[in-house]
Design a protein around this ligand. Structure first.
Ligand SMILES: C[S@@+](CC[C@H](N)C(=O)[O-])C[C@H]1O[C@@H](n2cnc3c(N)ncnc32)[C@H](O)[C@@H]1O
Length: 203
């Protein structure tokens, strides 16, 4: 089955930049993919290759001409994972579009500069409301960290050396859920775009 984007999501937006000529500078830039320093992507590619599951959507922010995207597609094989290149310059994603036009798992977005507000668009504005996360799922994920976040209720085992009394777990989870409902204004879902940065100590 081919990768399915959320309803209403367009892979290639109907925007002038998608029809402009491919820029020589972008073509030139794209040749850097063969440079040795791009081995710095190895770890990221491996990690994403490990955890990306069918139906996931990855956002390659400042994805340029799609050097990381290509590496990821190679690593993912036929896995049904979507990749969106989001970039502020039209010329780089224009080349990415040329390279991946026929790859149904790739999508492209350009961040525009909003003159009236003197700022670039945010990622959620560029992607539109189609990519949403459920508050309940986010809560399930975060609740794993109840001791780290709310260890002051009942004490954190790491600090006290003793397991917290059973009855505090419910209190911690209730507080987390209440806090999330407040933060998200009781919404069912929210626009989700987040960043992972993995750092390693230099050997
Ligand atoms: C040096 S290139 C790297 C591209 C790609 N990540 C790679 O490794 O090949 C930097 C990219 O960042 C983009 N960029 C610059 N400012 C940006 C911004 N404020 N928001 C998003 N992308 C931006 C540029 O258009 C360009 O594609």
């Amino acid at each position: 089955m081919p990768f399915l984007w959320p309803d209403g999501f367009t892979r290639v937006p109907e925007e002038p930049w998608t029809k402009q000529q491919v820029d020589a500078l972008a073509l030139n830039y794209d040749t850097v993919e063969n440079h040795g320093w791009y081995s710095n992507l190895d770890h990221t590619v491996e990690q994403i290759g490990e955890y990306a599951r069918r139906g996931d959507i990855l956002i390659d922010y400042s994805g340029g001409t799609g050097i990381l995207a290509k590496r990821l597609l190679d690593r993912l094989g036929a896995r049904e994972v979507g990749i969106i290149i989001v970039d502020s310059s039209p010329k780089f994603p224009r080349l990415a579009l040329e390279k991946f036009r026929d790859e149904p798992r790739m999508a492209f977005r350009r961040i525009r500069y909003l003159n009236d507000e003197s700022r670039l668009e945010r990622v959620d504005e560029v992607l539109g409301p189609a990519i949403l996360a459920r508050v309940a799922e986010w809560y399930e994920f975060l609740s794993v960290y109840h001791e780290g976040v709310l260890g002051w209720i009942g004490g954190a085992e790491k600090v006290t050396g003793a397991a917290a009394p059973e009855d505090v777990f419910g209190d911690r989870l209730e507080i987390m859920r209440t806090a999330m409902d407040r933060v998200f204004n009781d919404a069912f879902e929210f626009g989700a775009s987040w960043t992972y940065i993995t750092c390693e100590l230099r050997a």
